[in-house]
Design a binder for this molecule. Structure first.
Ligand code: HDE
Length: 715
């Protein structure tokens, strides 16, 4: 397949890339050495007393090699262990000095280097990419004023309201402790035991039941900072701000049946997809959007801005687009960069500040703490990927793996021996100052009553979805609860879902073969202290302050591009080069990736006798790895395809997953061997139609109108 021309990767063009290049090592034409620089003559045999003799303790070459190997692993992240990263750049469209004095939001000539790490939450480092889960979306901005980390997710809300509940949440979703099952899956008793008792989780939970939890690509999902943060201008005035990343390719997902199959066919599906797109020069892009609320409007909403289980509907506060992020460079080394990168919500820059969101407050402690056990030293910010591009000088000293050599006699402040250096800076010179928020309160261990509306926003989300999206949510609840074994847990969940939407609860109950209970025995929300007034903290009746928020539905995303869409072209020797070229010309010029899938590897010959390299032999691939399928004509080719059952399965499965399918001339004979034969008038099936129509259907991502018949296809 011809690759689109590679754009400039930006290597060496940013301060961060220049800084990183000092640490890079290239072994080309270099001798193998020990860690102390000794040239090595034999790395295959240990030192022995005699040819068949015992190995000698003296063998420092063996000891160094094995010992280094023994310590290769560091503890995986307790959450977000599985991740993929990329370098890129952030560019500002328009300065916003009225909101913030942050340099990154005031200078449109800056190209701020970034490193982004995407992740799943619950699974281990080697777990499959298509788990039903929240995706982490963490961005490190290497700004001139210091590093800013926006450590967000692909969903705009979180499960819990107070950091104190985080270990409970994570322990409930992680594999059950007695037998370490299930891996990277929320569909088990302990998670639903927790969720059904902790109704603040419902909003994030219903997002996880939606297609947002099974993205088609990391490049096709939104990102959110979740918490309300603050932006501060140079007059010291503050606005609340919510951060949004909007993917230029739109928000698209796979179906659950596909997700399950992708996890077997290519567990690295998302990681590979991100890598391949960047290598092909098709750089993923997101626009940064802001929802800004003047400090004075803090209490104007039907929910609390400090409650991280609530979003601000875009229809109530529009998202202003202020800049664009482009990921244009793959890491050189997974461990050195993607594994060792350390994000801290506490990494902010002047012009930005925190709020009292009790979840955010706890995060400000957790991330530094976790790096100490994960990376092993207070010097983790000196690791190249974490190193600030702004110069750093302070009196913090020593510790494991100190990489710098701080000069001078003094390591304290104030000092006169060191000339008072490193010296303090004035705020006008760019020093950080915290927003002066007035706090005058009693010290209490409790939850604000303004956080107790747990049902309104899950209901708003569900109401805002298209019918096909709602059907996916119902199927997801049914699947997840179907995997639970405690009837008490399932029944409590049905009661809880019933508070969101009665028809939804009914549908799930039917799937489980259970009844929706009219009431439950215990109070549901136990996420408060034993002495608290339990009644006071029960979730309130759901409100309806907005009937629908169209921005929440993937049916209203972008459908204009086919860039990076993978199209399988099913061929054998003798396929029609005329058919093939017509389609390839029309799709590849828009950045789609056509891949030849043939009965065998190597080459296939077209009807003109030319060799074409096969991208995948049919026994090594599956239709779930593609977005669309095309069968060109060619008598000999199609005769061969018809004989191989896997090609029929391939097409049936693509049809089941509502994908665009096209065939020309004899290609129709293969279609006639599949279920598609009965659905040739389907709006995403094209027999001898124009390549443009096929293109438009691929841009539509899926034909969800096909869903009802597609579900009946047994593959
Ligand atoms: Fe995290 N989270 N988190 N989290 N989180 C971590 O930090 C934590 C929360 C998020 O690619 C850990 O370096 C607490 C919300 C991402 O390296 C840990 C609480 C959001 C990543 C941690 C939260 C996130 C993490 C594990 C509740 C979205 C991956 C490794 C108070 C706004 C970053 C690490 C990467 C990682 C703690 C809640 C996003 C243990 C205590 C809310 C994207 O420190």
């Amino acid at each position: 397949m011809e690759q689109p021309k590679k754009k400039d990767s930006g290597e060496g063009t940013s301060k961060k890339q220049e800084q990183l290049s000092q640490y890079k090592k290239d072994p080309t034409n270099k001798p193998l050495t020990t860690k102390q620089g000794l040239k090595v003559n034999d790395t295959n045999n240990s030192l022995k007393s005699g040819e068949r003799g015992a190995t000698l303790l003296e063998d420092f070459l063996l000891r160094e090699k094995i010992s280094s190997f023994d310590h290769e692993r560091i503890p995986e992240r307790i959450v977000h262990a599985r991740g993929s990263g990329a370098h890129g750049v952030f560019e500002l469209y328009k300065p916003i000095p009225e909101y913030t004095k942050a340099g990154i939001f005031n200078d449109t000539s800056r190209k701020t280097p970034v490193f982004v790490r995407f992740s799943t939450v619950a699974g281990s480092k080697g777990s499959p990419d298509l788990a039903r889960d929240v995706r982490g979306f963490a961005t490190k901005f290497y700004t001139d004023e210091g590093t800013w980390d926006l450590v967000g997710n692909n969903m705009p809300i979180f499960f819990i309201q107070d950091a104190m509940k985080f270990p409970d949440l994570i322990h409930s979703v992680k594999p059950e402790p007695h037998r370490e099952i299930p891996q990277a899956a929320s569909a088990h008793d302990t998670f639903y035991d927790f969720v059904s008792h902790t109704t603040e989780t419902l909003h994030n939970h219903i997002w996880v039941m939606s297609d947002r939890a099974i993205p088609r690509s990391l490049r096709m999902m939104e990102g959110f900072g979740i918490h309300s943060f603050r932006m501060i201008n140079d007059k010291g005035e503050a606005h609340f701000v919510k951060f949004h990343w909007k993917p230029l390719l739109g928000i698209h997902s796979v179906t659950w049946d596909e997700a399950l199959k992708i996890n077997g066919a290519d567990p690295d599906f998302h990681r590979r997809d991100l890598w391949d797109a960047i290598e092909a020069g098709q750089y993923p892009e997101w626009e940064l959007g802001l929802q800004l609320i003047p400090e004075a409007d803090e209490h104007k909403f039907d929910f609390d801005l400090l409650d991280p289980t609530k979003l601000i509907p875009e229809e109530m506060v529009p998202v202003q687009t202020v800049g664009k992020m482009t990921l244009n460079r793959n890491p050189d080394n997974f461990f050195a960069e993607t594994e060792q990168v350390a994000f801290l919500p506490g990494h902010i820059v002047p012009g930005l500040d925190f709020t009292n969101d009790p979840l955010l407050q706890g995060r400000l402690f957790s991330y530094r703490d976790t790096q100490l056990s994960r990376l092993g030293s207070i010097n983790f910010q000196q690791i190249p990927i974490n190193k600030s591009v702004a110069e750093t000088h302070n009196n913090q000293r020593d510790g494991h793996m100190q990489m710098e050599i701080p000069k001078g006699k003094t390591a304290y402040f104030p000092n006169s021996i060191g000339g008072g250096c490193p010296h303090l800076s004035k705020i006008a010179e760019g020093a950080f100052d915290s927003y002066e928020e007035r706090i005058d309160a009693k010290k209490v261990r409790t939850r604000s009553e303004s956080f107790s509306d747990h049902f309104s926003q899950p209901a708003l989300f569900y109401r805002s979805l298209a019918e096909w999206e709602q059907a996916h949510v119902a199927a997801a609840y049914t699947f997840e609860l179907g995997k639970c074994t405690y009837d008490s847990v399932k029944s409590r969940m049905l009661w809880v879902i019933n508070q969101i939407d009665e028809k939804l609860a009914q549908k799930v109950a039917e799937g489980l073969g259970m009844e929706v209970p009219a009431k439950i025995e215990q109070p549901i929300n136990q996420a408060i202290g034993a002495d608290a007034d339990v009644k006071k903290h029960q979730p309130g009746k759901k409100k309806n302050y907005l009937d629908k928020s169209p921005a929440l539905s993937q049916a209203n995303t972008k459908f204009d591009s086919i860039a990076t869409r993978k199209v399988a072209v099913l061929v054998a020797d003798g396929f029609s080069s005329k058919d093939y070229e017509k389609v390839i010309n029309s799709l590849e010029k828009e950045g789609a990736m056509l891949m030849l899938v043939a009965p065998h590897g190597g080459n296939v010959k077209c009807d003109k006798g030319h060799d074409h390299p096969v991208d995948a032999a049919i026994n090594t691939t599956e239709s779930v790895l593609f977005d669309a399928v095309y069968v060109p004509g060619g008598k000999k080719s199609v005769e061969m395809l018809v004989k191989t059952a896997k090609f029929t399965k391939f097409l049936n499965e693509a049809f089941k997953h509502c994908k665009a399918i096209a065939a020309n001339n004899e290609g129709e004979e293969l279609i006639d061997k599949t279920v598609i034969k009965a659905f040739k008038d389907d709006k995403a099936v094209f027999i001898n139609d124009s390549a443009d129509e096929f293109r438009n259907a691929i841009a539509q991502h899926r034909n969800w109108d096909r869903m009802a018949v597609a579900e009946e296809v047994a593959v």
